[in-house]
Write a protein that binds this ligand. Structure first.
Ligand SMILES: *Cc1c(COP(=O)(O)O)cnc(C)c1O
Length: 453
C-alpha cells in the first residue's frame, strides 16, 4: 500500500494564506539545519515501522481508525500557530472554532441546550461528567453496566465516589431488572448508560432507563465515546435507534471524535445539558483571563493547557464532511455497520465458528467452535496469531461464558472464553470482506491441521 501524501502539497498555499497575518511584523525567520533534521526524521520513520498496519483495511482488530487527511492537514497547519485553547489569550480563533465544533456535536446528539468542550479523550471527558455528577449528588452511587468501559470504576475511585456495576443481559446490554433492584435498594446519584460498549458494541436500553429516572430521580450520563456518531447511521436496529434518538434527554454525554470522528488522538468531547453546571468549575486564577470578557474554555474545563489544533482539525473535518443524516460521513458509518453484519452472517453460517451476539454497531465478536471453553480460547489465540502472519489483524477479547447460549457452548466450567474481536471501523472494510474472509479461512485450515497433529 502507499500512504496518502499527495494532499501534503495543499499545505503550502494554505500556510501562505496564514502567513499574511504576520505581514506587518519586522523581518524574522526561523533557521533550521535541514541535513540534521532529515537524518532525525528518517530515523523516526525507521522507528515507526514497528506498528500494526492501522491505515489498511486488513487491519480489522482494535478500535483504531485513521484520521481523515483534512484533519491531519488542518492540525499541521495550525501547529504553525500552536494555539492553546485554555484561554482566549492563547488561541482566539481556535477557541471560536472549538465552540462551533462542539455545538455541532451537541446538535447532532440531540441536545437542545448545552455546555461543553473538547478534551484529551473519553477518559478525561467521562471524568469531568462524573466529577459534576458527584458535586451535584455528593455521596451517592454511580452505577454502570459490567460491560461499561473500565474507566468508570477507576474514575469514581479517583473522585472518591462509590461505584457499583449492573449486570448485563444476553446481548451485553445493561439489565433493566438488575438496575431497578439497585435503584430500589440504594441511593443512586447517576446511571452511566453506554451507547456502544467498547468490547461488544452493545447499546444500553436508554429509553427504559429514562423511564426509571421518572420513578427514582437520578442523573443520566451517556458514554457514547465510541458509539456516539452512529446516531447518524441509517441502518441501526430499532432498539439501538431508539436509544440513540434519546441521548439529548440525558444530563451529560461523552463522545470521542478520535474514535469515529476521523480525528488524530487527543480529541474527546464532554457535553452537559444544563449550561449552569459551568458554575462548578469556577476558579479565581489571578493571571489567566484578561484579553476578553467572552467565555474562555479554561473556565469550563478541568484540563488547563489543551491543543487548539485538535479543535481546528475537528472544525475542518466537520466543514468538509458535515454531520448530517444521509451525508458522506453518515454513509461511511452505515458502511461500517453493514460490513459488521455481513461478516457476522458469514461466520454464523459456518460451523467452525460461534457467534454469540448480533452486532449492534460495527464490532463483530466470534469464537472458535470447540468442545470446551478452554479449547475454544486456545484456538482463538492461534487464529489471532495465524491471521496476523497472513496480513489480517484481528483482536482478542475475554468474554463471560454467560454471553453464550448453552445450546452454543455447553461447557461452562470456566468463567471466560477468549474470543476474536473485529472492529470494522473503516468504510473500506465493506469492500474488503472477501479478502478478510479468505485470510480467515486459510488460517482456519492451518488451525485445523495444528489441532489434528
Ligand atoms: C474508548 C472509550 C472510553 C475511553 O476513552 P479514551 O478516549 O480511550 O480515553 C470510554 N468509554 C467508552 C465507551 C469507550 O469506548
Amino acid at each position: 500500500m502507499v500512504l496518502e501524501t499527495g494532499s501534503l502539497d495543499l499545505l503550502k498555499p494554505a500556510l501562505a494564506k496564514l502567513e499574511e497575518s504576520y505581514n506587518d511584523l519586522p523581518e524574522f525567520s526561523q533557521s533550521i539545519d535541514e541535513k540534521k533534521l532529515k537524518e532525525v526524521l528518517i530515523e523516526v520513520a525507521e522507528r515507526m515501522k514497528d506498528n500494526y498496519p492501522y491505515p489498511h483495511p486488513l487491519y480489522a482488530g482494535q478500535m483504531l481508525k485513521p484520521p481523515h487527511p483534512v484533519a491531519r492537514l488542518a492540525y499541521m497547519l495550525s501547529l504553525f500557530v500552536n494555539p492553546n485553547n485554555h484561554a482566549l489569550d492563547g488561541g482566539r480563533a481556535s477557541s471560536a472554532m472549538e465552540k462551533e465544533a462542539v455545538a455541532a456535536i451537541a446538535q447532532m446528539l440531540g441536545f437542545k441546550t448545552h455546555l461543553g468542550h473538547l478534551c484529551g479523550g473519553g477518559t478525561m471527558a467521562n471524568l469531568e461528567a462524573l466529577w459534576v455528577a458527584g458535586r451535584l449528588a455528593p455521596g451517592k452511587l454511580v452505577v454502570a453496566s459490567n460491560q461499561a468501559h473500565y474507566t468508570h470504576s477507576r474514575i469514581t475511585e479517583v473522585l472518591g465516589i462509590p461505584f457499583k456495576a449492573v449486570a448485563v443481559d444476553e446481548r451485553g446490554r445493561m439489565d433493566i431488572e438488575d438496575l431497578d433492584r439497585i435503584l430500589e435498594e440504594e441511593e443512586v446519584g447517576s446511571v452511566v448508560v453506554t451507547t456502544g460498549t467498547t468490547a461488544l458494541g452493545s447499546v444500553d436500553p436508554l429509553p427504559a432507563i429514562l423511564d426509571l429516572r421518572e420513578k427514582y430521580g437520578f442523573r443520566i450520563h451517556v458514554d457514547a465515546a465510541y458509539g456516539g456518531y452512529f446516531k447518524l447511521a441509517e441502518n441501526l436496529d430499532t432498539e439501538a435507534r431508539a436509544a440513540f434518538d434519546r441521548i439529548g434527554e440525558a444530563d451529560s454525554a461523552v463522545i470521542d471524535p478520535h474514535k469515529h470522528g476521523l480525528q488524530p488522538y487527543g480529541c474527546g468531547c464532554v457535553l452537559f445539558k444544563d449550561p449552569a453546571v459551568g458554575a462548578l468549575y469556577k476558579h479565581d486564577s489571578p493571571y489567566t483571563y484578561f484579553s476578553s470578557s467572552e467565555l474562555h474554555l479554561g473556565e469550563i474545563s478541568l484540563e488547563c493547557s489543551r491543543p487548539g489544533s485538535a479543535a481546528v482539525a475537528l472544525w475542518a473535518t466537520q466543514r468538509l464532511l458535515p454531520m448530517t443524516a444521509k451525508g458522506e460521513f453518515a454513509d461511511d458509518l452505515a458502511k461500517s455497520r453493514k460490513a459488521a453484519l455481513e461478516l457476522y452472517e458469514r461466520l454464523k453460517q459456518d460451523s467452525r465458528f460461534l457467534t454469540p451476539l448480533v452486532p449492534e454497531l460495527d464490532i463483530v465478536i466470534f469464537a472458535a467452535n470447540a468442545e470446551s471453553a478452554e479449547e475454544s480460547s486456545r484456538m482463538a489465540r492461534t487464529i489471532f496469531e495465524d491471521t496476523a502472519k497472513k496480513g489480517l489483524h484481528l483482536a482478542l477479547a475475554n468474554l463471560p461464558v454467560k454471553l453464550f447460549p448453552e445450546s452454543m457452548l455447553k461447557d461452562r466450567t470456566q468463567e471466560y472464553v477468549t474470543c476474536l474481536r473485529s472492529c470494522l471501523m473503516k468504510p473500506e472494510h465493506l469492500d474488503w470482506l472477501d479478502e478478510i474472509w479468505q485470510k480467515l479461512d486459510l488460517a482456519m485450515v492451518d488451525v485445523g491441521q495444528k489441532v489434528l497433529s
